[in-house]
Write a protein that binds this ligand. Structure first.
Ligand code: CO
Length: 279
């Protein structure tokens, strides 16, 4: 079984979004426009309320999914279909925007650490206009697994050594793992061979991925292969890495802000539908 290699290394760029939330954009920026089916990866993390307090007031989405993984903090989401929920530390929300939602994502704290990720996952042409759907997953519903000495992983989506994550019914068959490695730990992670995949180091100093070492806040795009080898040197600090994979859609992408469709005409339609209140 072929081992995956790092084919590209990317560091995120500092930016802000919403009403001024500071974040690091890792996918969806000039150095890595997208990684089919992934359209965007933002990391946010600050213990200064000024960096997040303004939140993400009402904004639309159509044609894709947003996946919010809260590591620390509390965020309230509300949409125009009457759905609302609280994203707490350790929880995940897999939101399928489908034909359209208008929602807000606002911090429910005025001090302390707010940290996490938002990933955008594209929908296939046939699913872009599906009914919106939420999978709100509480922290204790995300199973942990200890597949090797010094390794613990949270399985958000996909399967790892017989443990299946709670996210279900997603067409790209995602794998979404949060893997923590102690000094000297190593692990071979099986991944569907032809899925697009990336690793992103978000704690520690670095993680060896195949034959390369990714530094802190560095994303590695991975070649196809049935397995990826992760390790941390015995004299390095413990590290944590996000390992994400999904089946590529190989479809035309037309993208404008929060609308991701297949053709420019569909983008115009999305803007018209949004402005007419049809979301
Ligand atoms: Co949003």
């Amino acid at each position: 079984m072929a081992s995956r290699k790092v084919t590209r290394r990317v560091r995120g760029i500092p930016t802000s979004d919403g009403a001024g939330v500071k974040l690091t954009r890792v996918i969806g920026q000039p150095k890595l426009d997208s990684l089919d089916p992934f359209l965007l990866l933002d990391e946010f993390g600050s213990d200064s309320a000024n960096d997040y307090i303004s939140g993400f007031p009402d904004h639309p989405h159509r044609g894709f999914e947003t996946v919010t993984y809260m590591l620390d903090g509390r965020m309230r989401h509300r949409d125009n279909h009457g759905n609302s929920g609280l994203l707490e530390s350790g929880s995940v929300q897999w939101m399928t925007a489908g034909r359209g939602i208008v929602h807000s994502e606002m911090p429910e704290q005025d001090h302390g650490l707010m940290r996490g990720f938002q990933l955008w996952v594209n929908l296939a042409a046939k699913d872009k206009m599906m009914q919106p759907r939420y999978q709100d997953i509480a922290p204790d519903k995300i199973p942990g697994v200890q597949p090797a000495a010094g390794v613990t992983a949270r399985v958000v989506a996909g399967e790892l050594f017989g443990v299946t994550g709670p996210v279900s019914g997603i067409a790209i068959e995602p794998v979404y793992l949060d893997v923590a490695l102690q000094p000297g730990a190593k692990l071979s992670v099986p991944l569907p061979e032809n899925h697009s995949a990336f690793a992103y180091v978000f704690e520690g100093e670095g993680v060896r991925v195949g034959e390369d070492t990714l530094g802190l806040r560095e994303l590695g795009v991975l070649s196809p292969g049935g397995v990826v080898e992760l390790s941390v040197a015995a004299d390095a600090p413990a590290a944590r890495v996000l390992l994400v994979a999904g089946r590529p859609l190989n479809e035309q992408v037309a993208r404008y802000g929060p609308f991701v469709m297949n053709t420019p005409e569909q983008i115009v339609q999305a803007m018209q539908d949004y402005q007419a209140g049809r979301f």
